[in-house]
Every structure is written in C-alpha cells, then in structure tokens.
Design a protein around this ligand. Structure first.
Ligand SMILES: [Zn+2]
Length: 296
C-alpha cells in the first residue's frame, strides 16, 4: 500500500519515490523493494500513463474507481491519451513500452528550478510534476522557465528534482516549441475539465477535412490525403515533423502520412495511436476549428 499523499500536480512515480524514502527503505535492494510492496519490478518512464506497470502502482494506493480516474488525470500525463482512446479511455491499459514506437519526443524526467524552490518552501520537499512531462513540454507553465533535465533521467532513479539541481541542464528550444508550450498545457487543461472535448474536436477535424464517411476510408482518398499531408508539413515545418516523428527524419525514405495513419482507420487501427498524432493535427488546424479557439 502506498500511503504518502500526492502533492498538487505530483506524478504518481514521484510519490512512489518519496514513499520509499519516507519508509526508510532506500537501503534495500531495488528489486526487493518492489517485491515487498507487491509491485512488479519495472523501470519508471515519464510518459506512459496507460502502462500496466504504472497502473500496478496506482492500484496499490487503495482508491475507489472514481479516485483512480482523478489520480490518473491529475497525477499522470493521461489527459492527452484521451485523444487516442475511446470515451473514458483512462480505464484502458497498454502493454509496457509499446506506445512510443515511431515517436521521437524527449522522454527524460525534468523539473523547473523555480518549482523546486517553491515546493521546498511550501511542502518541505521537491517533487516531479506531471505537467512538465506532457508531450513536448519544455517550459514551466507556472514560472515560464525552461525545464532542466539530464541524460541519466531517461528512466527515473529513486531521486527527487533537488538531487539534480547542480548537474541538470536547460532543455533546448526549437522555434516551433514556443507556440507548442501554451498549446500543450491548454489542451491538457481542456481535457481535464471536459473529457468529452476530444470526441468533439475529432469530429470537427473529420468535418473540416471532409472525411466523415464510415471507416475505414476508401483507398482512393489516399491521393488527397498525400496532398493534405504535404500541406501540413509545409505549414508546420520540416523541423517540427522530423523532431517529433522518426519516420519524418530526412534520412528515412518511407515516410508515414500522419493524417492518413490517424484518420483512415486503415493503418494499425486496432492499436491505440500515440496522442501526438492527434495533437499534431489539432496544432496544425487550431486556427480553423471553433473547438480550438480557446487554445490560440
Ligand atoms: Zn515552475
């Protein structure tokens, strides 16, 4: 059972780390620590909120079903995944580490130095924030400061942000990141407040791109979608596409058509697609869709 209370916006794994520290179990072998707490041993990733591993920890918190959903929304990055799953999709789990195939996002654990100072002053401890780990987040939404990270934070060791204050470095910003930062935080806030928004915005995208017919779309539509995808790449910039999608790197000959993969219902339709596919389309069309006016 995990007893430590979650702090505002604290990631579930962060509380798990604090629990081990507070219980005086840091001296125990890590595998043994998982074992005595009845949790399958695993490595802690920052952006896989539907993983069976992470759900294993949430289930050890002794919560009601409503509290589980609330905990997922407030203390993991699951909100964006509601774009990818059917309604109330937080109840879905995914096989571990499957979700990031083809996605190039920086998945290192990161922190805001000002949050570290503020959290220590207020709660006596620094902790890992969920919001800092949304897709492509690089600037703290509270302090407007660039987040700091370290290569050894690809997987979370049993440490807290203040342990990294002296050696972590500021993340590198690209030009498109500037517009992405407020966008990604507003999308997450929107979904937390209104879990039906993903369904509405997705319907509006289909209407706007004139593909409301029954899925899967017919193959003859492919040519039109290739044209649309070229337009999307031109509008968002090759740097955006190449930084986020492995198949869009200049050295890759077989490029994934992001629009077709997301909307056609033909490619890998049985799998849950990473929310970055939908987020890219929403980011591209945000000026055109009435459901996105508050995101601009
Ligand atoms: Zn901050």
């Amino acid at each position: 059972m995990i007893r430590v209370g979650l702090l505002p916006d604290e990631h579930v794994y962060s509380a798990f780390v604090r629990e081990r520290m507070l219980c005086g179990q840091m001296h125990i072998n890590t595998r043994r620590f998982f074992e005595i707490n009845g949790i399958a041993y695993h490595q802690m990733h920052s952006q896989l909120p539907l993983n069976t591993d992470l759900m294993g920890i949430i289930r050890r918190m002794g919560l009601s079903p409503e509290q589980v959903l609330h905990t997922q929304l407030e203390h993991t990055t699951v909100s964006l995944w509601l774009l990818s799953t059917p309604l109330c999709g937080a109840q879905y789990t995914m096989p571990n580490n499957m979700a990031h195939a083809g996605i190039n996002l920086d998945k290192r654990w990161r922190f805001c130095p000002q949050c570290v100072a503020a959290d220590k002053a207020l709660y006596g401890v620094s902790y890992w924030h969920s919001a800092h780990h949304l897709c492509g987040a690089k600037i703290c939404p509270i302090h407007d400061q660039i987040l700091h990270t370290h290569d050894e934070l690809r997987i979370l060791p049993f440490t807290l942000p203040h342990h990294w204050s002296d050696i972590a470095e500021a993340m590198t910003l690209q030009l498109w990141d500037v517009a992405w930062q407020p966008f990604i935080y507003r999308v997450a806030q929107t979904i937390k407040a209104d879990p039906l928004w993903p369904n509405r915005v997705k319907a509006q995208i289909r209407r706007y791109l004139n593909c409301e017919s029954e899925l899967p779309l017919q193959q003859k539509e492919r040519k039109r979608f290739d044209q649309l995808a070229r337009q999307m790449t031109a509008d968002l910039g090759q740097e955006y596409m190449a930084e986020l999608f492995s198949s869009s790197r200049p050295d890759r000959s077989l490029k994934t058509n992001i629009l077709w993969a997301t909307l056609s219902g033909q490619v890998g339709s049985a799998k849950i697609r990473h929310p970055l596919f939908w987020l890219t389309i929403i980011f591209w069309l945000r000026n055109e869709l009435s459901e996105c006016q508050h995101l601009i």
